[in-house]
Design a protein around this ligand. Structure first.
Ligand code: ADP
Ligand code: ADP
Ligand code: ZN
Length: 217
């Protein structure tokens, strides 16, 4: 089963994708994570993407589709893919269909995390990640059990994203509204779009998603 998580920055896509990896053995494909890795290692793609990401704009469709294409062949297919932050434009949605069809696969569910826009800046401003195991946390909504120590790997160091500031988040939100939200219309004829309330707590969101996946005929 392959699913797409859709939502504005801070909606909870990465958090829920991590749960699907842990609970269902799915493979998370996050174009944001892939691009940040490219920026870190200074590859050609990374150099091109860096300034665009800092501005909160979208990296070109060709670059992100190529990143996804590489991973579809390399990763284990056992539990299916959870696409986190991809596709973000109609051209990417179309490219994904082509990539999956040529491998006899398809998108089974598009799950939209609905959130009030006024909480997104808080969600993103409080976000931090374990540098060792990449577990995601939040200053107020999901702090570590022991301050300064990762719950999962006991690692002592954490990082915050440089694009998680208010001004960039506002640009990212406007990109979401104008380019990403319209992809739901692209999937509408297939009747695979489902909305989940992203304002309830993290476990409750996971339960709603599980209910959708478990009712798959
Ligand atoms: P996205 O990948 O959609 O940008 P994240 O999963 O990184 O969003 O979540 C953004 C921040 O909000 C993280 O710090 C995360 O711990 C927190 N968070 C995620 N889901 C919820 C929720 N349902 N309630 C409260 N905080 C949440
Ligand atoms: P968030 O989890 O907050 O929604 P991401 O980590 O998914 O953010 O993305 C961070 C940035 O990386 C985006 O603002 C954009 O510049 C770039 N990016 C990630 N995925 C894509 C994509 N599918 N298409 C274009 N740009 C992308
Ligand atoms: Zn950790």
């Amino acid at each position: 089963m392959n699913i797409i998580l859709v939502g504005p920055p801070g909606a909870g896509k990465g958090t829920q994708a991590q749960r699907l990896v842990d609970n269902r053995g799915m493979v998370q494909l996050s174009t944001g994570d892939m691009l940040r890795a490219a920026v870190k290692c200074g590859s050609r793609v990374g150099v091109q993407a860096q300034t665009v990401m800092e501005r909160g704009e979208l990296v070109s469709d060709d670059i992100v589709a190529a990143l996804i294409g590489e991973r579809l062949d390399n990763d284990q297919l056992s539990g299916g893919f959870v696409f986190d932050g991809f596709p973000r434009t109609q051209a990417q949605a179309c490219a994904l269909d082509v990539l999956l069809h040529s491998r006899d696969r398809k998108v089974d569910h598009v799950i939209v995390l609905d959130v009030d826009e006024d909480i997104l800046v808080d969600r993103v401003a409080g976000r931090f990640t374990c540098t060792q195991c990449k577990a995601g946390y939040h200053d107020n909504f999901k702090p570590t059990t022991t301050p300064g120590v990762c719950d999962q790997c006991k690692g002592p160091t954490f990082s915050r994203r440089s694009d998680d500031n208010e001004e960039t988040v506002r640009n990212r939100l406007s990109e979401y509204r104008s380019k990403t939200a319209p992809i739901l219309a692209y999937y509408a004829p297939e009747r695979i779009v489902e909305h989940v309330d992203g304002m309830i707590d993290i476990d409750a969101v996971s339960n709603r998603i599980a209910a959708i996946l478990d009712h798959d005929p």
